[in-house]
Design a binder for this molecule. Structure first.
Ligand code: NAD
Ligand code: ZN
Length: 389
């Protein structure tokens, strides 16, 4: 089959690779009909994620048609149409039973590697490095889905691929991020980033009772899409984010802050000015957490900071003094997608949201290398790419 393989920093290629086969009785194989590129893939593309190997198949936002079913999978059959969550979870360990599927204790066969880096191992993830399981990803014609008796959700309705595809990751992730905020009716929610995750977080914040949503980015098309979602926007190239957020909230700061950017943001850097302004004793060096620092400085006292943005390894120069003295609550994590699949599919079916609004580019799998560049560099108004294998 054809699959998009990682070969090093900025080097991805569509290669001929062997078709996947059933390796465990809980596996299924799907023929991928649609598969997206995620901001998380950019951390791999940009070479920030260790334990990648040349030839690894990328992709963790796939859906498709079931073509083969392992013996232990009784809830799915050949021909079913499924969306596959990026988190792999056994469904019965301590964490899965609590709905904390991204903490699954069982699904990462390379748990020893993750433990070395993180103390404990989180769940295995599709197409996301050897430390997180070494599973082949879904930017391919076919995909082996482990723990298929727990993860994939069957789509019975006539919804299009693009309407349901983002259940695999970004819709649950945006919703999870908003939910982690603990939004109280009328709260002001500030969201850093207007990428695909942030776009879903904006819509989710409204669903969860926000009174006001402010979204921050500098890419005009992304700011416009946020405005279409009824967010007020700040272009961080033109306006000082801290000053504007204080102005909008009577000097108090937003109640809830969401960092939907993560590490080594492409074009980060607005926070340094804020840090100067408030004259904290932080000696800024170049590092990869501008947004996190800025959100800590902007958030109101006793507010909540939710972090869906992905950070890899250690991040320094965190103004923890400010966080402690302001009484902030930090919440974060890889999304326990399984928990959200059914309720969010119901929202799509009920017409409460159509996540396909985020798609700007539709391309064949063969053009995936160009698609990665276009998405990374935000060329041509690119916000979300769907590949059609
Ligand atoms: P993206 O790269 O398309 O979007 C990031 C956006 O942040 C861009 O529009 C960029 O212009 C903007 N940005 C950069 N610097 C900024 C700054 N200083 N202030 C404000 N905005 C800034 O990515 P995405 O697909 O939307 O994903 C966003 C983040 O969420 C990534 O870190 C990704 O890895 C992470 N993610 C996490 C989960 C999870 O389970 N927690 C799941 C999916 C994605
Ligand atoms: Zn993703």
């Amino acid at each position: 089959m054809r699959a998009l393989c990682w070969h090093g920093k900025g080097d991805v290629r569509v290669d001929d690779v062997p078709d996947p086969t059933i390796l465990d009785s809980r596996d299924i194989i799907i023929r991928v009909t649609a598969t997206a590129i995620c901001g998380s893939d950019l951390h791999l593309y940009d070479g920030f994620m260790p334990t990648m190997e040349s030839g690894d198949i990328l992709g963790h936002e796939p859906m498709g048609e079931v073509v083969e079913v392992g013996k232990a999978v009784t809830n799915l059959k050949k021909g079913d149409r499924v969306v596959v969550p990026f988190v792999l979870a056994c469904g019965s360990c301590f964490f899965c039973r609590r709905g904390e599927h991204s903490g699954c204790d069982v699904s990462n066969p390379n748990a020893h590697m993750a433990r070395e880096a993180m103390g404990q191992s989180p769940a295995g993830l599709l197409g996301y490095s050897h430390m997180l399981g070494g599973f082949a990803g879904g930017q391919a014609q076919y995909l082996r889905v482990p723990y298929a008796d727990v993860g994939p959700i069957k789509i019975d309705s006539g919804l299009s691929d693009e309407q349901v595809l983002f259940l695999s990751d970004i819709f649950p992730t945006g919703y999870f991020a908003a939910e982690l905020c603990g939004i109280e009716p009328g709260d002001t929610v500030a969201i850093w980033g207007c990428g695909p995750v942030a776009q879903m977080a904006i819509r989710s914040a409204w669903m969860l009772g926000a009174g006001r949503v402010v979204a921050i980015d500098r890419v005009p098309e992304r700011l416009r899409m946020a405005e279409a979602g009824k967010a007020e926007t700040i272009n961080f190239d033109e306006t000082k984010v801290y000053d504007r957020l204080m102005e909008l909230t009577g000097g108090r700061g937003p109640d809830r802050c969401i960092d939907a950017v993560g590490c080594e943001a492409h074009g980060a850097g607005s926070a340094d000015a804020v840090m100067d302004k408030v004259k904290t004793a932080v000696n800024l060096a170049t590092d990869r957490a501008h947004v996190l620092r800025e959100a800590i400085m902007c958030c109101r006292k006793f507010g909540t900071l939710s972090i869906p943005g992905v950070y890899v390894g250690a991040v320094d120069k965190m103004p923890m003094g400010a966080a402690v003295n302001k009484g902030l609550t930090f919440r974060m994590g890889q999304t326990p997608v399984q928990r959200y699949l059914r309720p969010l599919l119901e929202k799509i079916e009920a017409g409460a949201i159509d996540p396909s609004f985020v798609v700007t580019h539709r391309l064949p799998l063969e053009q995936a290398p160009e698609a990665y560049k276009t998405f990374r560099d935000k060329q041509d108004g690119c916000i979300k790419v769907v590949l059609r294998p």
